[in-house]
Design a protein around this ligand. Structure first.
Ligand code: LLP
Length: 415
């Protein structure tokens, strides 16, 4: 079921037209569908029916408080990678007791804050981090719940920038070192071993690498049990891909099937850390055509959104479908869809066939994940407004930045 549908020639989000949203709130605007967020979460929940499991939404994909709050109300846990994300989860009404803390470079202050908040588990990524966490826990009289993030050395077959489970990546503890490090963890006085964690990469369309990683993780869990280390949970990370173009994408239940089969009858609770698959297809970036610049080699459609709003095309050469919000009268032509930023890499889409005129609205699809969270103020461009649609209602969940806010933290030299 799509929550973005064309009705009477105009693209709608749930029961609101994107033209009306643009008229009310301006452009560029990130527009999200609450029903789409809910459906994506429920797809995981349904796939996990009857199992002791917790879905920890990876906050980095989209950390708007309203989105975190939607997931918190649905019973989600959260996967965080910074003290800032922990503060967001708490501000949004999330339960710190359902938070797992991933990341290769946690600071002492972040470890302390997470211990004080009483998070579910630290996903520890190195021997040094384990020792430091033990000391910090001692200093505040707490025990730190720990999983080791183990690098299963599985090729996720995705973009090299978003593949994390290979030996050559900076993430996780090497598989062959894990058993020794678990023994060390079990011996540390302020560490409590709770689980085992892995995450092999993002935008995975094939469930096989995830299943291969799971198999290795389960084997390791059994070896640890033989060492007298009994785990209460197994965390299989995130990574399930979404449809951006015409890819074939497994459903949550198809993606999880192999893992659920492998873990059938086991006592450990199952954790997952999906980000993109919960929010990616629940959002669009709504933008307006500012200038049309036909040329002898290429035609440029310059829009009011740019690489600072959506970095994925410039950074990964990622594809996002771009559609006209209303059926136009113009002749379809091939356009380079670009932003106003002073970089040749500032493109949102190459060679797109669009029937557009100056002032028309476009929707850049599937931008709910890693869109706003990776945005910047490059070229002193205020960040886009964010609107969450719920049925026929639109809620501003982040107002548009003003230019003066962009330099409010700066000052000039005295005298
Ligand atoms: N858990 C850990 C430890 C992670 O590092 C990530 C993502 C996730 C979970 C969530 O993965 P997901 O379900 O969203 O695939 N900026 C890139 C994606 C970077 C992903 C980083 N880690 C992009 O725009 O494609």
């Amino acid at each position: 079921m799509s929550f973005f549908s064309r009705r009477n020639g105009t693209l709608h989000v749930e029961d609101l037209s994107l033209s009306e949203i643009a008229a009310r709130f301006g452009t560029p605007a990130y527009v999200y569908s609450r029903a789409a967020l809910t459906a994506a979460f429920n797809a995981y929940k349904n796939a996990l029916t009857g199992r002791d499991a917790l879905v920890c939404y990876a906050v980095k994909a989209n950390s708007n408080l309203a989105i975190l709050n939607v997931f918190a109300r649905l019973g989600a846990g959260f996967d965080i990678v910074s003290g800032g994300e922990l503060a967001r989860v708490i501000a949004a009404g999330g339960d710190p007791g359902k938070v797992v803390f991933s990341g290769v470079g946690k600071s002492a202050a972040e470890m302390r804050a997470a211990l004080e908040a009483g998070i579910l588990c630290f996903n520890v990524e190195s021997a040094a981090e384990l020792e430091q966490l033990d000391e910090i826990a001692a200093s505040i009289g707490k025990k730190a719940p720990v999983s080791l993030r183990v690098n299963p050395n599985v090729d996720p077959k995705t973009h090299p920038y978003i593949s994390t489970g290979l030996k050559s990546n900076k993430f996780g503890v090497a598989f062959e070192d894990a058993r020794t490090l678990y023994r060390r963890a079990a011996a540390l006085p302020n560490i409590e071993v709770h689980g085992l964690d892995c995450h092999i990469g993002s935008q995975l369309l094939d469930p096989a690498p995830a299943a291969e990683a799971a198999e290795k993780i389960l084997g390791l869990a059994d070896e640890l049990a033989a060492d007298g280390i009994h785990l209460s949970h197994l965390d299989f990370g995130g990574g399930m891909g979404i449809q951006y173009s015409d890819e074939t994408v497994p459903s949550a239940s198809e993606y999880l099937a192999a893992i659920l089969k492998l873990t059938a009858g086991r006592k450990e609770k199952l954790l997952f850390e999906p980000g993109r698959s919960l929010v990616g297809n629940a959002g669009v970036l709504l933008t307006k055509v500012e200038v049309l610049k036909p040329g002898s080699e290429k035609n440029f459609a310059i829009i009011d959104a740019a690489m600072n709003d959506l970095m994925r095309p410039a950074l990964y050469d990622a594809f996002h479908d771009i559609v006209a919000v209303t059926d136009g009268k113009a002749q379809p032509q091939c356009w380079e869809v670009v932003g106003p930023v002073c970089e040749s890499g500032d493109f949102l889409g190459h060679a797109r066939k669009l029937a557009i005129e100056t002032g028309d609205l476009l929707a850049i699809m599937s931008t709910g994940a890693y869109g706003m969270t990776m945005s910047s103020n490059y070229n002193t461009r205020p960040r886009a407004i964010e609107v969450l649609v719920d049925g026929a209602h639109a809620h501003v969940v982040r107002r548009r930045e003003s230019v003066s806010e962009l330099f409010a933290l700066e000052s000039v030299l005295p005298g």
